[in-house]
Design a protein around this ligand. Structure first.
Ligand SMILES: Cc1cc2nc3c(=O)[nH]c(=O)nc-3n(C[C@H](O)[C@H](O)[C@H](O)COP(=O)(O)OP(=O)(O)OC[C@H]3O[C@@H](n4cnc5c(N)ncnc54)[C@H](O)[C@@H]3O)c2cc1C
Length: 480
């Protein structure tokens, strides 16, 4: 890490020194090499930061935010920088300060009786789960990245077990935030109560707000008992139309033990198997089907004498569905859950390794998923044959990562985006951001698809909290 030197694109020496006085000179990164990791997102092009400032306490966050606001210095919060909406990294202009929360790793407190955890915004999901494990607890939001709790609250992370446990919104019981005003006001929103109707639940504005309303510095979440039994299978549906009936059958038969139902297209699975060295092909004879669903059942109790094991339950349900007339299921593969999850979690990496990806994080009413896919495939074959559809997703929630691999030509990509989003949002009233939140990458879609009145009210709410003006705007522009 560098001591402040004057190699920042725009930040003058006096500002650098003032920030260093607030957080220590080691926590203000000015040199390009030190900034690089904070400027490079998980997806989309990176940018250039005026500086990266890394406060270690809420008081330091408040001091930095207040200083930036008073001096008209634009800044954006960053957690673990795993976001997929282009919201955590600066633009190309070199004028934004990255406010990294990665040193906010305290507290990490677990209340076993209350089944809650209170953590600094910079605590990683893996660190929280490691601390919860000895108590038999976990935060069941499961994804192929290791985000910070502050970032998870800011983006309202969904993940592969949404079906059973829901998203961050359902888990956040309290937040501490720093507002983007001249004082860097610290606001405590709720104290970890499960029930509290005594005031407006303002914290919910900050959950999924992508930093547009303030900087999250502390999070209290509800946590759950870890599963002590699990069983998984790869289901091969008859065709795309059969996925929903298959889901309905499993929901009816497995009830609350159904914890994941993840759809994977042949193209996505093949790319993962071909490009992720640690993966092996789980399918008989190595023949990857057109579509597969990873289904998982879990229980929080240890196997009981006389009770059918989850493997047996899963096999029985699959058998019953297979025997139906006009069954939506053609085959089911049983085996170690880890192997199946490795395939599911390897899909993003496989796609990236196989070529440039145009990613979409769409959300539909569940009954529309198959019809959208059919129409989209026809449209892609006719107008974009040079792009390969490699879709997968949390289909039980109506979510699909409708990812395409193909040419990088910016004009062609823009046309593709326009065509896919037009079909999804105009044609099916889908969401263009099911779970990844808002960021630069979706600003054009926000401006186009979100009704004007909603934009106006959202911008007005941000203004109430001090954020939203061009000078201090934290997150996405809520009004075009
Ligand atoms: C391989 C891979 C798989 C993924 N799978 C999923 C998935 O299944 N489901 C899903 O929902 N997401 C998924 N994601 C996206 C990503 O991991 C989540 O959006 C995550 O919650 C972002 O957290 P973060 O700490 O990395 O935030 P960042 O990327 O650092 O920031 C994301 C946004 O939140 C804001 N922000 C961050 N911290 C704060 C804070 N403390 N206060 C205010 N604003 C803040 C940033 O300004 C930015 O707008 C995946 C990402 C990858 C790379």
């Amino acid at each position: 890490m560098s001591a402040p030197g004057n190699s920042s694109p725009v930040l003058d020496k006096a500002c650098q020194e003032a920030l260093a006085a607030l957080v220590g000179s080691d926590a203000v990164l000015i040199d390009a090499a030190d900034r690089a990791a904070y400027e490079t997102p998980a997806r989309y092009a990176g940018g250039t930061a005026a500086a990266v400032v890394r406060p270690a306490t809420t008081a330091e966050v408040s001091a930095v935010v207040g200083y930036c606001v008073r001096n008209g210095l634009p800044f954006l919060p960053q957690g673990a920088n795993t976001g997929l909406a282009g919201g955590s990294t600066p633009d190309a202009g070199g004028g934004q300060i990255v406010l990294s929360l990665d040193r906010l790793t305290a507290p990490l407190e677990i209340d076993v009786d209350d089944r809650t955890a209170t953590v600094g915004a910079g605590v990683r999901l893996s660190a929280l789960n490691a601390a919860l494990e000895p108590h038999g607890l976990f935060l069941p939001i499961d994804l192929g990245a290791d985000p910070s709790l502050g970032g998870m609250a800011a983006t309202n992370t969904g993940g592969a077990r949404f079906l059973r446990y829901g998203d961050m919104r359902r888990h956040v019981l309290g937040l501490e935030v720093v507002l983007a005003d001249a004082a860097g006001t610290v606001l405590t929103l709720s104290h970890g109560l499960r029930k509290d109707n005594a005031a407006l639940a303002l914290r919910q504005l900050f959950v999924g707000g992508c930093g547009a309303f303030g900087v999250i510095t502390k999070v209290t979440v509800e946590v759950h008992h870890r599963p002590r039994q699990s069983a998984a299978a790869l289901l091969i549906p008859r065709d795309a139309d059969a996925v929903l009936p298959l889901l309905l059958a499993f929901e009816a038969q497995a009830g609350a033990s159904l914890s994941a139902f993840e759809g994977m297209s042949k193209a996505a699975m093949t790319r993962a198997i071909d490009h992720v060295p640690s993966l092996s092909n789980p399918f008989a004879g190595g023949v990857v089907p057109d579509y597969a669903v990873l289904v998982e059942l879990t229980r929080t109790w240890a196997p009981r004498e006389g009770e059918a094991s989850l493997d047996e339950v899963l096999q029985q349900i699959a058998g019953e569905v297979l025997e139906r007339d006009d069954s939506p299921l053609t085959d089911a593969l049983f085996g170690p859950a880890e192997k199946m999850w490795a395939l599911r979690h390897g899909l993003s990496e496989g796609l990236r390794a196989s070529g440039p990806v145009v990613g979409f994080d769409l959300s539909f009413r569940r009954r529309d998923l198959a019809r959208f896919r059919r129409e989209a495939v026809l449209m892609l074959e006719a107008d974009f044959p040079d792009y390969a559809l490699c879709d997968f997703g949390h289909v039980a929630d109506g979510g699909v990562h409708f990812n395409l691999v193909g040419p990088t030509d910016p004009e062609r990509r823009a046309m593709l985006r326009e065509a896919v989003l037009g079909l999804a949002v105009d044609g099916f009233s889908a969401s263009f951001s099911g779970e990844h939140g808002l960021g630069r990458a979706f600003q054009d879609a926000y401006d186009r698809f979100i009704p004007r009145l909603v934009q106006d009210y959202s911008a007005a709410v941000a203004a109430v909290f001090g954020a939203g003006s061009a000078a201090v705007r934290l997150g996405p522009a809520l009004k075009s």
